[in-house]
Design a protein around this ligand. Structure first.
Ligand SMILES: [Ca+2]
Ligand SMILES: [Ca+2]
Length: 338
């Protein structure tokens, strides 16, 4: 979910205001408990390669505010993308004016560490959830080109917001009436368990690595590998990318097929759904059929049956819109004039 910086600033201002108001109130009862988990899709990565992390939460109360910062060694990783997985939530990264707040109470230096945050604040009358191992944040860290060795990615108990340290950005607010609809100020829940929120990732030059040209893009958050076909027929995918220190298999060369990356021993390392730009019917060709389907979509909003990735494959120029520009590129590709 992408919100404007203005909206983000407003939400964070709300968080700060709610936090300031609730610190003086009694804390929620001891039985209220929240658990945070952090998982990585892989624990070994080559320099330049990417690891995807998912934060999951469980609460036994109706959560009206949630804030979770995650930290990483900035000398080894850079944040390549982050996505909040709950409606109304936002992510905070170094492009945000509120970034510094992620380090409040943490005892961690912004010189040495990077951080990415998840923030959710329920608006008035919003329906609230008790969460059960619910994925709330996904983000991807890319290992820097010239580094090696193991490195921790973690949540930090010191970041916890408490009455005694109200600035903390790790917090859970409980709807004080205990009901599923926001109706009052949140009470801060201090009983937060960080269960398995320290993940060690080894950066190794022998890990599998996808070597690709500019016509290939990888969306690690949504597990999509997109190619821009260089001719009307895709042909062999190895003309677009190769895997160093490993190999790959593909179930086909059209949109919707699965690309499986394997390590040097043949074990599955990662998996992606293939998107071929301009191939909306998934046959590995960019033809008049695809052109017509996109034209119908633009005119009438129709989508061909059986392609869950229509919008990604129809959006040839990857600007998140399907429009006449994409038809222009599909026309060029199907006529072999790229
Ligand atoms: Ca096609
Ligand atoms: Ca487009």
């Amino acid at each position: 979910m992408k919100l404007s910086k203005k909206a983000l600033t407003l939400i964070l201002a709300l968080v700060i205001a709610v936090g300031a108001l609730t610190v003086g109130l009694f804390a929620a009862s001891n039985s209220d408990r929240a658990t945070v988990k952090l998982a990585a899709d892989k624990t070994e990565v080559a320099p330049g390669g990417t690891v995807t992390f998912t934060v999951k939460i469980t609460t036994d109360f109706y959560a009206s505010t949630v804030g979770i910062p995650v930290y990483y060694d900035a000398s080894k990783f850079t944040l390549s993308s982050a996505s909040a997985l709950i409606d109304g939530a936002v992510t905070v990264d170094s492009s945000s004016s509120e970034y510094t707040r992620l380090f409040a109470n943490s005892g961690l230096s912004q010189e040495k560490y990077g951080a990415v945050g998840f923030v959710y604040v329920a608006r008035k009358d919003a329906a609230l959830s008790k969460y059960s191992d619910t994925a709330v944040l996904r983000f991807a860290l890319t290992a820097k080109a010239d580094v090696s060795g193991s490195s921790y990615v973690f949540c930090n108990p010191k970041s916890l917001k408490k009455s005694a340290s109200p600035e903390g950005m790790l917090y859970f607010g409980k709807n004080s009436s205990g009901t599923a609809v926001t109706d009052s100020l949140a009470e801060v829940v201090e009983n937060v368990t960080l269960s398995g929120t320290t993940v060690s990732v080894n950066i190794s030059a022998t890990a599998p690595y996808i070597s690709k040209g500019d016509s290939v893009e990888i969306d690690e958050i949504n597990r999509l590998l997109s190619i821009v076909p260089s001719s009307p027929s895709v042909g062999s995918l190895s003309g677009y990318f190769t895997v160093k220190n490993g190999s790959f298999l593909s179930s086909g060369n059209g949109t919707g097929d699965t690309v499986t990356v394997k390590d040097g021993k043949g074990a599955v390392y990662s998996e992606y759904t293939l998107i071929v730009k301009g191939d909306v019917n998934g046959d590995g060709q960019c033809t008049i059929e695809d052109y017509s389907a996109v034209k119908l979509n633009i005119a009438y909003g129709t989508e061909p049956d059986g392609n869950a990735y229509f919008s990604q494959s129809a959006d040839f120029n990857s600007d998140t819109a399907v429009d006449a520009f994409d038809m222009f590129y599909i026309d060029k590709t199907m006529n072999g004039i790229n």
